[in-house]
Design a protein around this ligand. Structure first.
Ligand code: NAD
Ligand code: 6OD
Length: 497
């Protein structure tokens, strides 16, 4: 993948279209601006769907369910998904440029995580569906002849896929790949902040030979726009959503009409537990990554760190140094490893928590403001990586999801005290535990109320494993066969022998 910034003439001038039935489609609502978060400049425009466009997309997806797609065998769908993966890899530079333009994230991050994982998701779910089995039972009957029960997996139908902006291609393909692997059709609503890679994927779907109408894209916002119209549309059979817990609540109300199933990956307020017996270098590096990767805009990111008192001062000193070594800058520049926040609105929200922490008497170990950036980036949505100590446990800074590059460090004396503090949250997405005591690692991992517990690592993902949150961090699990449970319906067939 090249590391050259795209030239101005590469910036699309025509608004990005929706994709319906394999064709680009425009709409009559005024296009909305696509802003580069690194510079604050408008770099393109995007068509916004009205209710009629969403209806068209859902009908195209429904029609495609009855078309050739319904006759593809599992291995045939797997083969076509592998072509989609290859298609992303063949156009990796375009995906990379689009993702960086939409998010401002460093080239290094997008080229190592977002784009390769976007492709890998199709390979993984191709493997999963090619090896999928169902249960059979030979059952006793009163006449002694018995009966054979077996389960058939059928696609759920038209799936609405509503996506966030933080890892746009990665998180969208994480849903689209299993949905298509199971024979469903999809209508995807990317975030209004990051419309580009989903639109590019529609082209790749066509190139890979995915039948028209199987993959549809509608652009727009949430309320009174594409998101609401899609989640309320009666032609949608199931909704998979990643985003804020509050948005999930609105979508769940829409899904209640028609009793449609949902799969939700929602917010978090994740805790790291750092014990005095940890490998300190690894723990500092791991917590630095988990608090500041993608400028803290990772649902799995750490905003609360509990550190055993014996190493608290040393850990704080080292985390401060690591935060101060991060290099914000041009996403394409050598050495840039810290990007901007996604939007002015999100920057204002994060800065409001920075102000609140100061007002509540936090010790600002580092950061807390807006970095001085060179002129070309001065209009972007930058904030400093920030570390606090000294806040009361019930502070909003410690109970609400900020989704920015910041974390609070608090000392603890006993393991049970650290576990209780970590669990004192309405969220339960992920945790990371740093210790070299294996027995303690198993004990603590079992005691923390989360969907994902990492020991001596963070965001180390095997895509076949279950992914999802406890409490208000989600409903259901995606990943591996667990995702396939959501994207299929089981039909039991009972044959009297
Ligand atoms: P968001 O909830 O604001 O938006 C997500 C999507 O929902 C967007 O496409 C948006 O347009 C749409 N939307 C908004 N209101 C809607 C409505 N009323 N009806 C239908 N659709 C609507 O989330 P975001 O700001 O894009 O992403 C950040 C959030 O996502 C954070 O809370 C983060 O924790 C969460 N997230 C969770 C995971 C996870 O796996 N648990 C992963 C990534 C992000
Ligand atoms: O790695 C994944 O599979 C995944 N779903 C990551 C989510 C990251 C959230 O921001």
């Amino acid at each position: 993948m090249s590391q050259t910034a795209p030239q101005p003439e590469d910036v699309p001038l025509a608004p990005l279209p929706h994709y319906i039935g394999g064709q680009p489609v425009t709409s009559s609502r005024a296009p909305f601006a696509n802003v580069d978060p690194a510079s604050g400049r408008t770099v393109g425009y995007v068509h916004e769907a009205d209710a009629g466009i969403v209806d068209q997309a859902v009908k195209a997806a429904r029609a495609a369910l009855r078309g050739p797609w319904s006759r593809y065998t599992d291995p045939q769908r797997a083969a076509i998904l592998r072509k989609v993966a290859d298609g992303i890899r063949a156009r990796a530079d375009e995906f990379l440029a689009a993702e960086i333009r939409d998010t401002g994230k460093p080239h290094d991050l997008a080229s190592h995580l977002d784009i390769p994982r976007g492709a890998a998701n199709f390979d993984v779910f191709a493997d999963q569906v090619a090896n999928l089995s169902t249960e059979t039972f030979r059952s006793p009957t009163p006449d002694g002849n018995g009966a054979l029960n077996y389960a058939l997996r059928t696609p759920r139908g038209v799936i609405a896929v509503i996506c966030p902006w933080n890892l746009p291609l990665l998180l969208m393909t994480w849903k689209v790949a299993p949905a298509l692997a199971c024979g469903n059709t999809v209508v995807v609503k990317p975030s209004e902040e990051t419309p580009s890679t989903t639109t590019l994927l529609a082209e790749v779907m066509n190139e890979a030979g995915v039948p028209p109408g199987v993959f549809n894209v509608v652009h727009g916002f949430g309320p009174d726009s594409a998101g609401q119209y899609l989640s309320e549309h009666p032609g949608v059979d199931a909704i998979t959503f990643t985003g804020e817990t509050r948005t999930g609540t609105a979508i769940m109300k829409a899904a209640a009409v028609g009793v449609r199933p949902v799969s939700f990956e929602l917010g978090g307020k994740n805790a790291a537990l750092v014990f005095a017996d940890c490998d300190l270098d690894a723990a500092v590096a791991g917590v630095t990554r988990s608090a500041f990767l993608n400028a803290g805009q990772v649902c799995l990111g750490t905003e609360r760190v509990y550190v055993e008192r014996a190493i608290f001062d040393e850990f704080t000193r080292r985390l401060k140094a690591a935060a101060e070594a991060l290099r914000p800058g041009d996403p394409y520049a050598e050495g840039t490893n810290f990007g901007p926040l996604i939007s002015r609105e999100h920057r204002d929200k994060v800065l409001s928590y920075y102000a609140r922490a100061r007002n509540e008497g936090a010790t600002v170990v580092t950061g807390g403001g807006v970095p001085a950036m060179p002129a070309a980036l001065a209009g972007g949505w930058w904030v400093e990586p920030t570390v606090w100590t000294g806040l009361a446990p019930d502070s909003a800074v410690l109970t609400e999801e900020i989704f920015g590059p910041c974390c609070h460090l608090a000392p603890f004396d006993r393991e049970d005290e650290a576990i209780a503090a970590a669990n004192d949250s309405p969220y339960g997405l992920a945790t990371s535990i740093w210790t070299q005591n294996l027995t303690r690692a198993h004990r603590v991992a079992a005691a923390i109320e989360v969907g994902i517990a990492w020991v001596n690592c963070w965001f180390l993902r095997d895509l076949r494993t279950a992914f999802g949150g406890a409490k208000q961090s989600g409903i259901g699990r995606e990943g591996g066969v667990h995702g396939l449970e959501f994207y299929t319906e089981l039909r039991n067939v009972c044959i009297k022998l």
